[in-house]
Design a protein around this ligand. Structure first.
Ligand SMILES: NC(=O)c1ccc[n+]([C@@H]2O[C@H](COP(=O)([O-])OP(=O)(O)OC[C@H]3O[C@@H](n4cnc5c(N)ncnc54)[C@H](OP(=O)(O)O)[C@@H]3O)[C@@H](O)[C@H]2O)c1
Length: 319
């Protein structure tokens, strides 16, 4: 998989990034630590060099699993983690970073991201200037190599960028969720900010494995995902039916088609979550898929069957 540059930093990342929210266990069902560890190692063996986690994923559990799994290859991988919206005061950011360093069993974080904007999830609305002061101090001390933001609007991103260099934006982005295209995309392109697309397979929906009558196990947060609601289901299945022959003609899975479409765009990488080795290896293989312009255009148009009728709310879940 050919590596790409993260923003204007010297960090090189894989176009398919492994997401490890699953490894945190909270909000997912049936996750096994040994399997999460195997998945991370298999992803690395299959060419993924970049791993995304967060302090909030199982209250440090995901970070500990990632740190453990990558222990022997730390200098060959890029680790991205995040500070949650309840830790955005200056001292809280510094403390959260030190906790993450300990969890990850490392002395530097490659990419440190502000997970959600100030004031979200009932948190105090800390001025961005204060949070960014902590982030830039951590960078100056070498504890983090680059700063990113996640779930920020263009306006919030622009403001954060006035306080320090931002190298990435992590928004929800997939064939079935494209709101960021109209909002922050042009700004990112112009300012060389890499887009790290999360829920890049629409939380599994784009793999085509969830049928009309699917219900999630109790404790699986995905029942709150707007794309899984009955009002969207008919359009989702219609789009998947149209995507299937394109995937088949390219000898790839639907999930790989969804990831390949994302990473075909310059400056955009796909974070693919996985609960086991098989998924991680399949997702890694998408990093080597090259679709024709014709297929890319067809896939793009099919995605709009789902996205065109959606409203403008950028948040993918009804929390
Ligand atoms: N910044 C943020 O606020 C934010 C929010 C969400 C996610 N993220 C990050 O982005 C990552 C990815 O997002 P996501 O996990 O929400 O969604 P996703 O990557 O679109 O979907 C992940 C799910 O898709 C299924 N899947 C993955 N690979 C598969 C394969 N090869 N074959 C069949 N099924 C497969 C699995 O479902 P099953 O579990 O049902 O097998 C898996 O749990 C997360 O792990 C996290 O690192 C960040």
């Amino acid at each position: 998989m050919e590596l790409r540059t993260l923003g204007t930093s010297s960090i090189r990342i894989s176009p398919v990034i492994m997401g490890t929210w699953q490894a945190g266990k909270d909000m997912w069902v049936g996750i096994d630590d040994a399997e999460s560890t195997r998945a991370i190692k298999s992803a690395y063996d299959a060419g993924i060099t970049t791993f995304d986690t967060a302090e909030v994923y199982g209250n440090g559990h995901s970070e500990r699993i990632v740190g453990n799994a990558l222990n022997g290859v730390r200098d060959r991988v890029v680790i991205a983690t995040k500070v949650f919206s309840n830790h955005l005061e200056y001292n809280q950011v510094i403390d959260a970073c030190h906790r993450s360093l300990k969890n990850l069993n490392t002395d530097y974080i490659d990419l440190y991201q502000i997970h959600w904007p100030p004031g979200t999830f009932g948190a105090k609305k800390v001025p961005l200037e204060e949070t960014m002061r902590a982030m830039t101090d951590l960078k100056a001390q070498g504890k983090i190599r680059a700063i990113g933001v996640s779930n920020f609007s263009r306006r919030q991103l622009e403001e954060a960028a006035t306080y320090g260099r931002i190298d990435s934006l992590q928004p929800p982005y997939s064939l079935f969720w494209r709101k960021v295209e109209k909002d922050a995309f042009p700004y990112c392109r112009k300012n060389k900010i890499t887009v790290l697309a999360y829920s890049s397979m629409a939380q599994g929906l784009l793999t085509g494995k969830f049928g009309r009558d699917h219900t999630f196990a109790k404790g699986d947060h995905r029942f709150r995902n707007k794309l899984f609601q009955p009002k969207n289901f008919k359009r989702v299945q219609e789009a998947l039916d149209k995507l299937r022959p394109i995937a088949a003609a390219n000898h790839i899975t639907l999930g790989q088609l969804a990831l390949a479409w994302i990473i075909s765009q310059p400056g955009v990488c796909a974070i693919a979550g996985a609960r086991n080795s098989e998924q991680a290896v399949q997702n890694a293989a998408a990093g080597n898929v090259c679709l024709s312009d014709e297929d890319l255009m067809a896939v793009d148009t099919i995605g709009r069957i789902v996205t065109d009728p959606l409203d403008d709310d950028p948040v993918m879940w009804e929390w």
